[in-house]
Design a binder for this molecule. Structure first.
Ligand SMILES: Cc1cc2nc3c(=O)[nH]c(=O)nc-3n(C[C@H](O)[C@H](O)[C@H](O)COP(=O)(O)OP(=O)(O)OC[C@H]3O[C@@H](n4cnc5c(N)ncnc54)[C@H](O)[C@@H]3O)c2cc1C
Length: 471
């Protein structure tokens, strides 16, 4: 009786049936015998089977470590959180976790995996060019969900001379993010939260008894914040070395959005003497920001019920209001708090039609260009340093500025799909978590949520994710 209880307790602890456990134990026994035999041969003839025995033992050790961690985590209420990807989303998840963790509650351990050297800045805020500006005014760029003006207050406290409505260089925002990280680490130290940074690209996340297995360790919560990959990576503006283009007569930018504007400005600032061609079939360029007069306000044109109207009617209603408004930008800004809910209320068919017919138009009005940047671009056009073309560029001296590759496939996403941790959304433009403790942050939610790439959206998502983990 005592023996039976003991056996059941062990199986319960590791969440395995008798036969699953037997299969695992047999696997270990066969592999150990195999490794032993290989090592015996190797000891006689050291020039054969050089690494085979040791790799079997390392593998068995890794599996055993994960099993033990899962057993330990299942028995206690500790939170062992992995954050995969440490750009803005990863940083804000970390900040909210340490901020909202109650000092004397369960133990909190956080492990952060980041593949690049640029912790917390990601592509957007690692730029070194001072003329690459934020496209949101300073007073709305705070990363604290309950304090939107946090960034503006930080600017003032550091002696920067910007007003609330200014579009600040993204490089300065990067410094702000470093400061946010420093404060988060201080809070973690004060509360005794343990954290670890691992500089590594994660290409696989497994699952064992509702725990996530990453880099041979088990976690009971995982936050995926790897961001959205940019298109055509090898030729992408954020990847290429611009100095290699400086002695060319022509450079061809694909796309004419905000990234193409950044690329043209970078080439100008590097004193590029040739001609820059901006290629786009539609030629739809970002609209310019125009800060509304103080107190200017409009009522929302659309309500959630309007999502049931045909797409053409929704479009007309919104476009008409914009046309007859002294500043159409206000309508876009007013719609913002409900954009995600409105998107979710649309049918799949409407979402697909929106992506085909309206997305580009939406983007150029929604993601606007600061006036000073717009003027630089206009001057370059006037001086014929920059030429617009509807033709496809040939292969030479091309830089891709077309933006995000939504719904991309990668080894990491493949492993998440294979292990049934996530599914593609209905548009195949992002992924959706299938597990309660697996949280997907930022642009990876695009198909399901639509607007989830800008700082205010990510700040509010990070707050919610941290709350759900800590509760
Ligand atoms: C050029 C540009 C300008 C922008 N300007 C603004 C703006 O002015 N205002 C605004 O509100 N928003 C802006 N945005 C949007 C938004 O702020 C960013 O997209 C945001 O930084 C997204 O953060 P993220 O952490 O989700 O993704 P990312 O910034 O892409 O960070 C993801 C991180 O994960 C790491 N990673 C990826 N894969 C792995 C892996 N397998 N293993 C380990 N690590 C991995 C990457 O190295 C990276 O550090 C801009 C975006 C871009 C691209």
């Amino acid at each position: 009786m005592l023996k039976k209880d003991f056996l059941n307790k062990h199986l319960k602890n590791i969440d395995e049936s008798y036969f699953t456990h037997m299969r695992h134990a047999l696997y270990f026994s066969v592999k150990s015998f195999g490794a032993g035999f290989i090592l015996l041969l190797h000891s006689i003839a050291p020039f054969v089977l050089i690494t085979n025995g040791s790799s079997i033992i390392t593998r068995l050790y890794n599996i055993m470590t994960v099993r033990n961690q899962v057993i330990r985590l299942s028995a206690v209420k500790d939170k062992n959180v992995a954050i995969v990807g440490f750009g803005l989303s990863g940083l804000l998840a970390f900040l909210n976790l340490v901020k909202h963790h109650k000092k004397h509650s369960q133990k909190l351990e956080i492990t952060i995996f980041e593949k690049s050297r640029f912790y917390c800045k990601g592509t957007a805020y690692s730029t070194k060019n001072i003329n690459h500006l934020l496209n949101v005014p300073a007073y709305r760029m705070g990363v604290i969900d309950q304090d939107r003006e946090h960034f503006y207050k930080w600017l003032t406290s550091k002696g920067y001379n910007y007003s609330k409505n200014d579009f600040v260089p993204r490089q300065i925002f990067g410094v702000y993010l470093e400061d946010v990280l420093e404060s988060a680490l201080k809070i973690a130290d004060k509360k005794g939260i343990s954290y670890k940074f691992i500089n590594k690209e994660i290409s696989e996340i497994g699952i064992k008894s509702n725990h996530y297995v990453i880099n041979h360790s088990a976690y009971n919560h995982c936050i995926l914040s790897t961001g959205v990959r940019l298109k055509n990576w090898d030729k992408n503006f954020w990847k290429v070395n611009l100095t290699e283009y400086l002695n060319k007569h022509e450079v061809h930018l694909i796309g004419c959005g905000l990234t193409a504007f950044d690329a043209a400005i970078s080439l100008r600032d590097l004193n590029f003497k040739g001609t820059i061609f901006m290629h786009s079939r539609t030629g739809k360029m970002p609209q310019m920001h125009q800060i509304p007069a103080p107190g200017a306000k409009v009522e929302p044109v659309l309500t959630l019920q309007d999502a049931s109207l045909p797409l053409s009617q929704i479009f007309k209603k919104f476009a008409n209001a914009c046309k007859h408004s002294p500043n159409w930008r206000l309508h876009f800004d007013t719609l913002r708090p409900m954009t995600q809910d409105f998107w979710k209320a649309l049918t799949v068919e409407k979402k697909k039609r929106f992506m085909r017919h309206c997305f580009r138009l939406w983007n150029v009005h929604r993601h606007r260009c600061p006036e000073s940047q717009y003027q630089i671009i206009n001057e370059m056009f006037k001086a014929k340093k920059l030429i617009f073309s509807k033709k496809k560029p040939n292969e030479k001296n091309v830089i891709d500025c077309t933006g995000f590759d939504y719904g991309f496939k990668s080894h990491l996403v493949d492993s998440l799909l294979k292990n049934e941790i996530v599914e593609f959304d209905e548009l195949k433009a992002g992924i959706i978590s299938q597990k309660p403790n697996f949280h997907i942050m930022g642009g990876l939610n695009f198909g399901n949520t639509f607007e989830i790439t800008a700082v205010p959206d990510i700040a509010s998502q990070a707050h919610k994710v941290a709350r759900s983990i800590l509760n």
